[in-house]
Design a binder for this molecule. Structure first.
Ligand SMILES: C[S@@+](CC[C@H](N)C(=O)[O-])C[C@H]1O[C@@H](n2cnc3c(N)ncnc32)[C@H](O)[C@@H]1O
Length: 298
């Protein structure tokens, strides 16, 4: 793995995992071949693993086409992306001019520069589109946002060389995963309460049926000998779905900055679920045979 500046997530992303990284790293498999991250978002775990030289071959994907195009542009045309971003002024007028432009009519590096600029200067780093698929986040209140962080963009581009980056649904993304590989799933979180159900399902587009499909994908991957790590909310639905012998559930404190209610900051717990075919006996010894659900918050 190349030396040089260390890459960090270059986008703010709702549900970004920076806060949970140490908990995820503490539970990662001891050994693995290929690394898959099918709900990529800002890629916090990927960049962290890259920094500690843990990754040999990576397969990154997400269903958000603009997000994936931004990664592709940084991987393949980083100098063009930087050159475009360095011309962009920080102003409300420019923000709204850029926001109304159709990203799909822009060349790839410009589309990526638009995404980074809107993400770094828009309200709270939200990604939100209306029914017509048009980005509709208002201008943010930052004094001097760093939307053209040359050094980090170059480091990210370096980290992405040789990495597979695709816009595909999660099931498709892991079709080729095989014995000894590791998949980290970080899906849109299941809402915690009945009252937040309606808005959350619509906001994330990830229904209880999707959560169940994901659990089934985890089960078939485990049967193939693939290591699985999954993060999700501490919702009843998720505890129920994964309370079966293949999985080990731990509850960890999390400090999420952006949640389904906007920018309200709250201290909550989240679940990290693992299924490591060869390593399961060690975990069972550590936490006790009957403890399928271990709370680490007390
Ligand atoms: C919780 S975020 C991931 C955050 C990421 N781990 C980070 O550190 O920023 C969930 C991601 O899943 C993506 N997504 C939603 N439904 C999907 C699906 N069916 N297949 C693949 N990706 C999906 C969203 O576009 C979003 O980027």
């Amino acid at each position: 793995m190349a030396n040089g500046p260390v890459p960090r997530p270059f986008l703010k992303w709702a549900g970004g995992k920076t806060q949970l990284i140490s908990e995820l790293i503490a539970r990662m498999p001891k050994q693995f071949s290929r690394y898959y991250e099918p709900f990529l978002g800002g890629g916090a775990l990927f960049f962290s693993l890259y920094r500690s030289q843990k990754i040999r071959l990576a397969f990154l994907s997400d269903l958000n086409a603009e997000l994936i195009d931004t990664y592709l542009a940084i991987r393949d045309y980083v100098d063009d992306v930087i050159a475009i971003l360095s011309q962009y002024p920080h102003s409300k007028e420019f923000y709204y001019d850029l926001r109304i432009r159709d990203p799909w009519k822009m060349p790839l590096p410009e589309r990526a520069a638009r995404m980074i600029y809107l993400n770094k200067t828009g309200y709270n780093g939200l990604y939100r589109v209306n029914r017509q698929g048009k980005f509709n986040v208002p201008f943010g209140r930052y004094k001097s946002p760093r939307y053209c962080d040359r050094e980090n963009l170059k480091a990210v581009s370096n980290a992405l060389q040789g990495v597979s980056i695709k816009c595909v649904p999660f099931e498709k993304a892991v079709e080729q995963a095989d014995e000894g590989d590791w998949v980290y799933f970080d899906p849109p979180y299941a809402p915690l309460s009945q009252t937040s159900n309606f808005t959350s399902y619509h906001a994330t587009g990830f229904s209880p049926e999707d959560q169940k499909r994901l659990r089934d994908v985890c089960l078939s991957l485990t049967a193939k000998g693939v290591h699985i790590t999954l993060s999700n909310s501490n919702a009843k639905l998720i505890r129920e779905l994964y309370s079966i012998p293949s999985f080990f559930i731990s509850e960890v404190p999390a400090n999420r900055a952006i949640n389904s209610n906007g920018n309200r900051r709250s201290k909550i717990t989240e679940l990290i679920i693992t299924a490591y075919p060869q390593e399961q006996p060690t975990q069972l010894r550590l936490f006790g045979n009957t403890a399928r659900y271990a709370s680490e918050t007390t």
